[in-house]
Design a protein around this ligand. Structure first.
Ligand SMILES: C[C@@H](C(=O)O)C(=O)SCCNC(=O)CCNC(=O)[C@H](O)C(C)(C)COP(=O)(O)OP(=O)(O)OC[C@H]1O[C@@H](n2cnc3c(N)ncnc32)[C@H](O)[C@@H]1OP(=O)(O)O
Ligand SMILES: [Co+2]
Length: 134
């Protein structure tokens, strides 16, 4: 089911500071910030060759990363995103295996304009998993 690692996401308290650190201190290629109100985050991608780092800052009142940043005020690794060929088939297979699909179970359009879903971190050894249709 799992394809390549699309991105590793870091939740950060200050996106501008994180962009400066990646662009200037680490010398990475960084995209422009993209506000995604439906996801409650503003995102930037850092190009690191075979995969990407996604920097996430909370957006709006009910951001799903707010509680995480409350527990990790200086930021931290938030999720891994794997590509799948068929996200609905993957969802149904995972649900049948007992994994908890977050939200209403229907994919949303993610940062790359493709359908995404999230799986509960407690079902995967403390790691939140995002699936993105490739
Ligand atoms: C744009 C898109 C894209 O790339 O295309 C994105 O990535 S959007 C990225 C942002 N969107 C999302 O994350 C959507 C899916 N996420 C969610 O639905 C939520 O964040 C949950 C994962 C359900 C967590 O919700 P919330 O923080 O309100 O719950 P909570 O604080 O009660 O947490 C329940 C337990 O899970 C743990 N927990 C929470 N977030 C975690 C994370 N990221 N990694 C590992 N563990 C985590 C908490 O510490 C707690 O454990 P203890 O009970 O042991 O203390
Ligand atoms: Co993501």
């Amino acid at each position: 089911m799992l394809g390549r690692l699309n991105h590793v996401a870091l939740a950060v308290p200050d996106l501008a500071a994180a962009v400066a650190a990646y662009r200037n201190t680490l010398g990475a290629e960084v995209t422009e910030p993209q506000a995604l109100p439906e996801h409650g985050v503003t995102v930037v991608f850092v190009n690191v060759g075979d995969t990407k780092i996604e920097l996430l800052e909370p957006l709006g009142e009910n951001s799903p990363i707010a509680a995480f940043l409350g527990k990790n005020p200086s930021g931290g690794m938030h999720h891994l995103c794997y590509e799948v060929d068929d996200i609905l088939a993957a969802r149904d297979q995972l649900k049948a295996a007992g994994a908890r699909v977050l939200g209403d179970g229907n994919p949303k359009t993610g940062a790359h304009g493709k359908p995404v879903l999230f799986l509960h971190p407690k079902d995967f050894f403390g790691t939140l998993i995002e699936l993105e249709q490739s």
